[in-house]
Design a protein around this ligand. Structure first.
Ligand code: FAD
Length: 318
């Protein structure tokens, strides 16, 4: 089923959903099941699986020199989606990115997903590879998420890249896109970032999932500004508990968001791992309760290795 159908069916009740990362290469599908098994009692109708493109690393070769090598550390998104759907009977939402894909690769990936009965995709541009400095699309690839959205929307209308295909099977893929309550870090300003988001919706995207935030006022303002601009699709808030000292600098650095002083100071002052976890958990519970009371479509938790904490949060909110 399409994510937007689940949201419509809920008739204003807040759903719960999760995002998982493929295990590091060499790991097993059990890692995914160990994360999700304890969370399934909350009945998420859909689960997102992230996509990770190749990164360059420098590896010492047999002559002692370092060689630039491309590796994908977390492959397996499509297989994991199929495994999740088979094991739990819920829908899986693979993330699909522009980076590393030609448009032909993208079309073939969408055909695979369609054959697997995967009817949802989160369409993203992807980040720059570390050594590239800026995002570089494949020569025949999509440059921005909007281009990927348009390609998927075309396939939903039976339009394939090969113009000789004149009666192509129309796919029925529900398209999610990313939104940034605190602005995407490359956007010249917040307003222009919202205009880009509006263009993604106008191009055929059906719903938005937000970057994580730790102060709900960012989400409420973002939703208000989206509505003013005529963005009327569901806007699902993404949440993550902050439970470790290193995250005080890692989260702003990686996700380009601010941490509220009250939370950051409390985590910095906490003496033990238990107290840090408790503080981060309580903060996320309060955020979740307020968002749920405001009638958000779903609370979407980034599990990122923190499944036991997410479970305790969900127990207090649902
Ligand atoms: P876009 O919407 O293309 O925007 C990228 C930047 O370009 C923005 O600054 C935007 O303002 C600007 N822009 C867009 N279109 C235009 C245009 N036509 N002209 C000029 N400027 C434009 N990354 C992964 O690699 N794998 C994942 O699984 C993944 N999952 C994510 C899930 C969520 C919920 C979120 C919020 C992010 C996720 N990301 C993931 C990270 C995402 O790929 C990065 O944030 C990336 O830098 C931007 O992706 P986007 O889809 O928002 O890009």
């Amino acid at each position: 089923m399409r994510v937007t159908d689940y949201l419509a069916q809920a008739k204003g009740d807040t759903l719960i959903s999760f995002e998982v990362l493929p295990p590091l290469k060499g790991g097993s599908i059990e890692a995914i099941f160990n994360t999700l098994d304890p969370l399934m009692e909350f009945k998420p109708p859909f689960i997102d699986v992230t996509y990770h493109r190749e990164e360059y690393i420098y590896k010492k070769n047999s002559t002692g020199y370092y060689e630039k090598t491309a590796i994908r550390k977390r492959p397996g998104t499509v297989g994991i989606c199929a495994a999740i759907m088979h094991r739990y009977g819920v829908d899986a939402v693979p993330h699909l990115i522009c980076g590393g894909f030609t448009r032909e690769d993208t079309e073939n990936a969408l055909i695979d997903l369609n054959f697997l009965n995967v009817n949802n995709v989160l369409a993203l541009r992807g980040d720059a590879r570390k050594f590239d400095g800026k995002f570089i699309p494949e020569p025949e690839g999509n440059q921005y998420a909007i281009d990927l959205v348009k390609q998927i929307a075309d396939m939903n209308n039976g339009i394939y890249l090969d113009s000789d295909i004149n009666q192509g099977k129309a796919t029925n893929i529900c398209i999610g896109v990313a939104g940034y309550p605190e602005k995407h870090f490359e956007a010249p300003n917040y307003e222009m970032d919202l205009e880009v988001l509006k263009a993604k919706i106008d191009a055929g995207a059906d719903y938005i999932v937000t970057q994580m935030f730790f102060d709900n006022k960012h989400y409420f303002k973002f939703v208000e500004n989206c509505r003013e601009l005529g963005i009327n699709v569901p806007i699902i808030p993404g949440l993550k508990p902050l439970t470790k000292t290193y995250q005080l600098s890692a989260i702003p650095r990686i996700f380009h968001i601010d941490l509220p002083s009250e939370l950051a100071r409390a985590i910095a002052k906490a003496k033990t791992e238990e107290s840090r976890t408790q503080i981060g958990m309580e903060w996320c519970v309060e955020q979740s309760k307020e968002l749920k009371a405001a009638g958000v479509p779903s609370l979407h938790y980034y599990t990122m290795g923190d499944a036991p904490v997410i479970r305790k949060i969900a127990e207090q909110v649902f």
